[in-house]
Design a protein around this ligand. Structure first.
Ligand code: ADP
Ligand code: MG
Length: 449
């Protein structure tokens, strides 16, 4: 048996298993030996070998036998020398291709999202610590790790960091990172191509599954169902799962109860909105990088502090501001001063200043409690409406600079004492009613996020 014969057998196998499976599972195989009825193949990882053995072992054996060779058994062993393509040295700042993960349908990882480049502060220290723990690749202690928080607070960054770290520490593990949207897309594709079994097997074959922005699958019934089964299968097999979402499991609308409760079984950690120190720390770190890119640029004192103070929305906007500032300064060849920053970033600074309106608060509160906006503002005294109304009053007082009489006018012309009563009532209840304080925390995040 020569490699040429194996070449012919492979042609046959394409027909049997389909192009896609062939490219994924058969193409990488290297026939290394055929002796005493045993065909031996080199595979990139143990896992890969197991998979091929289970799924295609018989096909391969019978095809080989059909060429006239005596083949009683096929074996797969991790090759000493990986195939040339796999041995290619990664270019700087790209993610090294790794055999164990190469066949996984994951999303590409951003090489910049590492633990090294993640600045830790009070608002994210717990999330960071939990992510670090998962990245050690030790025994699973909590499952899933559920990370949640507003836009641009570092959820995706942390998940990529876990994947990068695991690649170094535990290269044999199959780590799959993808967005919930991609999960759905793959699933729908598998349904269409009648490859649901392959889909299921593939997702159940990973050691670490990370699904980003899981709120996306809320309301998408068949995808939720599949996700739930995948999730359970992996948890049962003691495989680590990491999930992110823009809010806590219990707060994701249209997500099945059983999924919510499973998601809550592990460690649920939130990334809080950034504080001044964290923002300054992130800016300082980025500046070190820009300094090396734009040599000779002078950064005046106080500029970073100014940005950290004024741009409070999210880290992505903060980074964008800095990028623009450096690009602009290098273009016009000027020192980066406060004046320059104010000119160059006028639009960002303005939108960060954007005042939250009472109407926005009312709308969000009504939506959250599932009451009509007109009822929230109107005269009904039903408790189910009166409490949300007081919440909206409280938030209006807290989050806008409006006076009590002004707020009263926006609440259907109520007297300022009514508003004050509402605000006090909520202040009083927050300390004892944990559901209410959760609601407030969420609403605040939604409104300010
Ligand atoms: P999310 O997924 O929560 O919306 P990302 O992880 O995409 O947010 O983060 C948005 C941007 O902000 C990324 O460029 C990320 O590197 C950066 N970022 C967020 N938090 C931090 C942090 N603590 N340290 C450094 N960069 C951060
Ligand atoms: Mg993200």
């Amino acid at each position: 048996m020569t490699n040429e014969t194996w070449g012919q057998v492979r042609e046959e196998l394409i027909k049997r298993v389909g192009k896609h499976n062939y490219a994924t599972w058969i193409e990488p195989l290297k026939l290394s030996q055929l002796k005493n009825g045993v065909a031996r193949f080199e595979v990139p990882t143990i896992f890969f070998g197991d998979w091929v053995q289970r799924n295609y072992g018989d096909h391969i054996r019978s095809q080989l036998a059909s060429t006239g060779a005596t083949v009683d058994r096929v074996e797969f062993a991790v090759g000493a020398a990986p195939a040339p393509a796999r041995a290619a040295k990664p270019a700087a700042r790209t993610v090294p291709p790794r055999a164990a993960n190469e066949d996984l349908p994951g999303a590409p990882l951003d090489a910049r999202f590492t633990f090294d480049s993640f600045v830790v502060g009070k608002p994210n220290e717990l999330a960071h610590a939990a992510a670090r723990r998962v990245a050690e690749g030790g025994p699973v202690t909590f499952n899933p790790l559920f990370l949640y928080g507003g836009v641009g607070l570092g959820k995706t960054h942390l998940m990529h960091a876990i994947a990068h770290e695991l690649q170094v520490r535990r290269p044999e593990l199959r780590v799959l990172y993808l967005s919930a949207e991609q999960f759905m897309y793959r699933f729908v594709q598998a349904l269409r191509d009648r490859q649901v079994m392959d889909f299921k097997e593939l997702f159940r074959s990973v050691d670490v599954l990370m699904v980003d922005d899981v709120q996306f699958i809320a309301g998408k019934d068949s995808t939720q169902e599949e996700f739930f089964h995948t999730f359970n299968a992996l948890v049962d097999a003691n495989k680590q799962i990491v999930i992110s979402a823009d809010r806590a499991p219990g707060e994701i609308k249209d997500l099945e109860e059983r999924i919510k409760s499973r998601l809550q079984c592990g460690l649920v950690v939130d990334l809080h909105p950034t504080d001044y120190e964290l923002r300054l720390g992130i800016l300082q770190q980025k500046v070190d990088f820009y300094r090396s890119q734009y040599k000779g640029l002078v950064l005046a004192d106080g500029v970073l502090e100014f940005l950290a103070h004024r741009i409070t929305t999210n880290v992505r906007v903060l980074e964008g501001a800095l990028t623009r500032l450096f690009a602009f300064a290098s273009l016009v060849g000027r020192e980066i001063t406060l004046d320059l920053a104010q000119d160059c970033l006028a639009d960002i600074l303005r939108s960060s200043d954007r005042k939250l309106s009472i109407e926005e608060i009312q709308r969000k509160v009504a939506e959250h409690y599932n009451v009509r906006l007109s009822d929230l503002i109107g005269p009904k005294r039903l408790r189910t409406i009166a409490r949300p109304r007081q919440v909206a009053m409280y938030l209006s007082k807290q989050l806008t600079p409006r006076s009590l009489p002004e707020i009263g006018r926006r609440f259907g012309g109520r007297d300022h004492t009514t508003i004050m009563h509402g605000v006090r009532k909520i202040e009083e209840l927050i300390t004892t009613d944990s559901q209410l304080s959760d609601d407030l925390q969420l609403l605040r995040r939604l409104l300010q996020g």
